[in-house]
Every structure is written in structure tokens, then in C-alpha cells.
Design a protein around this ligand. Structure first.
Ligand SMILES: Nc1ncnc2c1ncn2[C@@H]1O[C@H](COP(=O)(O)OP(=O)(O)OP(=O)(O)O)[C@@H](O)[C@H]1O
Ligand SMILES: [Mg+2]
Length: 369
């Protein structure tokens, strides 16, 4: 048997001869994607998705819901001591709901800060924790707003949260040591580069097709190019609206866009309308084609604003919409001559969380410094 000798260095032993426990890194690296429809958060093996909405309190019967999770029953106290519903609870129960972002940009810094503090409380295991936060904001968010968000987030915060279902409350302290803010698709750019082991910055275009907006970000020599980036209202939401109208015209029956979204997510092309099966594949193909064409046209237009020596080596498609539009976009970007080979159009493995994952990796690099 080989015996291994363990040497305890002086620094690990105190003057009573006791070995000190290694100190685990105390600061959490967190990645956030503050989208127009959902906020995504990743921290190690924890991953959350919350609707990007806050709302007024609307007390009901506590303890009646089967879902008692903090995630879906989250209430935070604002600076005036008023309770505010966050995410799913606001979406389902508030009478006045305020989206955190719309038209491709953040709406209220104050509300976004409140939501961010509330969701940071979800990952805390003790009542005092430190964070380095990397967060993506909608692409049309101005630099001034980003600075305000960063300033507001940095520092110490007393956070009071309550679970609407169980009535349990928690009071905690959060120290946000550092904040990094960039447009959402930058997260996926970073994530894709790091996970594929590419060391150098490659000129790329990142297309993030979400629920309500499609964000397009152009990268040139490692820089985010503002004039060559923008957002579109064509996204998954527009696909379901177009489909819903087409179905209504054909069958005279109303199918809500939301229900269509569920069908699309499950990859169904046969749906039940008024008790009868209806094949929506033709209507779907048509709608996907026309929306994807708008995305490619807009990308082409934005690319005109890049310097002439730019050479697009990668088109990265992310967001939930990449599952529906991805294949068509791959062909369309190739046919539009934006890439030279089809395999230069890539999709990250977790296309919905990839922005947040990238921002978490960025936060981790700040942690080590
Ligand atoms: N596996 C899937 N297949 C098809 N569609 C999906 C899939 N997963 C998510 N989606 C659709 O993608 C949309 C959500 O994508 P994503 O989470 O990227 O949007 P978002 O970030 O919340 O929106 P936005 O970027 O506008 O804020 C939803 O409309 C959903 O129906
Ligand atoms: Mg998004």
C-alpha cells in the first residue's frame, strides 16, 4: 500500500496546532438575462426563469395553492415598505401589472432593481451573501440606463421577501460587489466562444429570437457594434398571432396564441380545434418563412453598417425562437451570402439560457481577479 504523507503548511495551522478549514469562495457569480418576457438567472447548478413583470399586491387565500415555491410566490418590500409581487405571482394575481421591459428596452430602473434583488434572494442559502453579477439587458437600452442600473445594483441591500403561499418571510442582506452589464446576446457570444474553445474574437452576428422581440447584435474585432445592432418585434409571439388568425380564417374557431405556443414548444403540427384535428403544418411553414425572412433582411441591413473589412465567421442563433426558426434561418443566412458555409450558423446547446450562462461566465472571471 502506498502511504501518502500530507504536509500541513504553517499557514494552515493556528498557534494551538489546529488545522484551519479551507475557506470556500464566499462570493457567488451570477448570470442574469433581463428580457422583455422572462428573466433568466443562473448560478452554478441553479437555473431560474421568471416572467419579466411586477405587480401590485392582491391578497387572497394563503396556503391554498399546491405550489408553495418561493419562485412562484415571491413578494418583496419596496423602499417605502410597500409589498410588490414579482414574476409568476404578479402575472397570475396582480390587477396592475408592469412589464420590466418593452419595445426592446428596459422600462423602469427602479422596478428592474426590485425584481433583481428579489430573484437574488432565491439563490441565497444564508441571510448574508455576496455577489458578482453579470446581466444582459434588451439591446435598445441606453448606456445611461445601464449605468443607472449598475449603480443601483452595486452595494449593500437590505431585502425583505415573503412567500405569498406559506406566509413565511425572510430578511436578508445582499452585497453586490461588481456589476457587468451588456446587451443580452453578448452573453451567448461569450458562452459560445468559451465553450467552443475559441480564443480570438471572431466577427459574428448573434440573433436572439425571444418571445416578444428579436435582438440582433453584431460583433466586429471583439467590439459590440451599436450601429449594426438592433431589435425587431417579429419573434415567437408574432408567429403564434399569425397562426391564430390563419386558423380562425380556416375553421371559424378561435385558438389563443398562448395555446399555440404550447403546441409549438411540443413540436405538434396537429392540433385540436373545436373538437376536430387540424393540420397546421402548411400555415406554420408559411408563417415561419415570412418571419424568418424579416429577420434575415434586417440582419443584412444592419451588416451594411459594419466596416468593409468585417468578415462574418459565425452567425449564432439563440433564444427560444431558435427551436422553431433555427433550421430555416440556417439556410436563409447561407442563401443571403452572409456566411460561406451552412455550418457557420450555429445554435448553443441551451439556447434559452445561453445569455444568462455567458453572463455567469463573465461574472466568474471578475471573481478570480
Ligand atoms: N423548445 C422550444 N421549442 C419551440 N419554442 C420554444 C421552445 N422553448 C421556448 N420556446 C418559445 O420561445 C419563446 C421564449 O423564448 P425566450 O425565453 O428566449 O424568450 P424571452 O427571452 O422570454 O423573450 P424576449 O427575448 O422577447 O424577452 C416562447 O415563446 C416559447 O414558446
Ligand atoms: Mg430573451
Amino acid at each position: 500500500m502506498i502511504r501518502q504523507t500530507v504536509y500541513i503548511t504553517k499557514t494552515n495551522v493556528n498557534n494551538r496546532g489546529e488545522t484551519k478549514m479551507p475557506i470556500a469562495p464566499m462570493t457567488n457569480a451570477v448570470g442574469i438575462d433581463l428580457g422583455t418576457s422572462t428573466i433568466k438567472l443562473t448560478c452554478g447548478d441553479q437555473k431560474y426563469r421568471i416572467p419579466s413583470v411586477i405587480g401590485n399586491p392582491n391578497p387572497g387565500w394563503t396556503g391554498m395553492t399546491s405550489d408553495k415555491s418561493w419562485l412562484n410566490n415571491l413578494i418583496i418590500e419596496d423602499s417605502k415598505g410597500q409589498e410588490v409581487y414579482i414574476g409568476e405571482l404578479a402575472r397570475l394575481q396582480s390587477e396592475i401589472r408592469k412589464p420590466l421591459a418593452s419595445e426592446g428596452k428596459m422600462k423602469s430602473i427602479e422596478n428592474s432593481l426590485l425584481a433583481l434583488k428579489a430573484i437574488l434572494s432565491l439563490i441565497m442559502k444564508s441571510n448574508y451573501e455576496q455577489f458578482v453579477v453579470g446581466t444582459g439587458v434588451p439591446i435598445a437600452t441606453g448606456t445611461e440606463e445601464s449605468k443607472l442600473l449598475s449603480r443601483g445594483l452595486k452595494g449593500t441591500h437590505e431585502v425583505k421577501v415573503r412567500n405569498d403561499s406559506t406566509g413565511e418571510s425572510k430578511q436578508m442582506k445582499i452585497l453586490v460587489e461588481q456589476v457587468f452589464i451588456a446587451p443580452e446576446p453578448y452573453g451567448t457570444y461569450w458562452y459560445t466562444l468559451k465553450t467552443s474553445g475559441v480564443q480570438t474574437a471572431v466577427d459574428s452576428i448573434i440573433v436572439d429570437i425571444g418571445h416578444g422581440t428579436t435582438d440582433i447584435l453584431c460583433m466586429y474585432k471583439g467590439n459590440m457594434m451599436r450601429a449594426a445592432s438592433g431589435s425587431l418585434e417579429e419573434a415567437v409571439d408574432s408567429l403564434t398571432s399569425v397562426l391564430s388568425r390563419a386558423i380562425q380564417e380556416k375553421s371559424g374557431k378561435i385558438v389563443r396564441p398562448f395555446d399555440l405556443m404550447m403546441a409549438i414548444e411540443q413540436g405538434k403540427t396537429n392540433i385540436l380545434v373545436g373538437g376536430k384535428a387540424l393540420d397546421i403544418s402548411a400555415a406554420m411553414n408559411q408563417a415561419v418563412t415570412s418571419i424568418a425572412d424579416v429577420v434575415v433582411d434586417e440582419s443584412n441591413r444592419l451588416l451594411n453598417n459594419l466596416p468593409p473589412d468585417a468578415w462574418i465567421e459565425k452567425v449564432i442563433i439563440c433564444g427560444g425562437g431558435s427551436y422553431v426558426f433555427g433550421q430555416y434561418l440556417k439556410d436563409a443566412f447561407f442563401e443571403a451570402n452572409i456566411v460561406k458555409k451552412k455550418d457557420e450558423v450555429i445554435m448553443p446547446e441551451d439556447a434559452v439560457m445561453s445569455n444568462a450562462l455567458g453572463f455567469e461566465q463573465i461574472a466568474q472571471t471578475k471573481l478570480r481577479k
